[in-house]
Design a binder for this molecule. Structure first.
Ligand SMILES: C[S@@+](CC[C@H](N)C(=O)[O-])C[C@H]1O[C@@H](n2cnc3c(N)ncnc32)[C@H](O)[C@@H]1O
Length: 243
């Protein structure tokens, strides 16, 4: 990569890390409020799509405050879950939630980058990322890393916002997403730019077909996706080829 592009990406990355650390204290409450509670259903379905074996191991990338990791611990009572995120503030809140939920024996969170996961090759049965990939400057590298840490036959699940296909719903939704959400999010979190960044980042993120193409490009097979809630979000699945 040319030096200039690399510097730009590092700066972008540092700015995104600062932004998530700043909104961390209000992150959960705003998720519930701004999605009218749907975020829990989306994560539940994404975790279900991981189809973890009873005693399996799951890695949640960009785990934030650990909602996906805790949902995985709930759905798969015999499984061990790891979560990783580059924001120490998010991880601190996540660790508190893991302790409060009494899951510290099975859910371990660590600070680290999605583009260089601090795990050995082929050790997870599933790897998930929810509302995280969009924020990673080098998205391809993050997918390469998820592929690397999965065992052959392991499943990657990507949950991400997308733009609803239906014309009428899309108009109403985009008005809410671009005009109302940044106001409420900015007001409650005290960080208006962070909640203006959300619709902007979704707007420039590829369509579900584009994300599916990325997954195939880094080596996943049996790639598919499903839209939820009129196409507000997409749940993508890819399987690492068996040996
Ligand atoms: C919108 S939040 C999603 C958090 C969580 N997955 C959820 O479902 O609520 C995005 C998270 O990705 C993390 N993140 C963004 N870029 C990252 C990167 N390059 N490496 C690791 N974490 C990253 C942020 O710190 C933040 O916690």
């Amino acid at each position: 990569m040319p030096e200039r592009d690399c510097d730009d990406k590092m700066e972008q990355r540092a700015a995104i890390e600062r932004m998530f650390s700043a909104i961390a204290p209000r992150y959960d409450v705003l998720n519930r409020l701004l999605s009218a509670g749907r975020d829990r259903v989306w994560r539940r379905e994404a975790v279900r799509a991981a189809r973890l074996p009873a005693d399996g191991r799951l890695l949640d990338v960009c785990t934030g405050t650990a909602d996906m990791a805790l949902e995985a611990a709930r759905q798969y009572p015999g499984a061990r879950i790891a979560g990783v995120d580059f924001s120490g503030a998010m991880i601190d809140l996540g660790r508190r939630k893991v302790l409060d939920a009494g899951r510290a024996d099975r859910v371990v969170l660590s600070v680290g980058p999605a583009e260089a996961l601090p795990f050995a090759e082929g050790i997870f049965d599933a790897a998930t990322v929810a509302f995280g990939l969009r924020n990673v400057p080098d998205r391809r590298q993050a997918l390469v890393e998820m592929h690397r840490v999965l065992r052959p036959g392991g499943r990657a699940v990507v949950l991400e916002f997308t733009t609803p296909p239906g014309r009428l719903f899309r108009q109403i939704y985009l008005w809410y997403f671009r005009r109302v959400l940044p106001l409420i999010g900015g007001w409650i979190s005290g960080h208006r730019t962070a909640y203006a960044y959300l619709p902007a980042s979704v707007g420039e993120f590829p369509s579900p077909d584009g994300v599916a193409a990325w997954l195939r490009d880094v080596g996943f097979r049996e790639v598919s996706y499903r839209l939820m809630t009129f196409g507000i979000v997409a749940i993508h699945v890819g399987v690492r080829e068996s040996l």
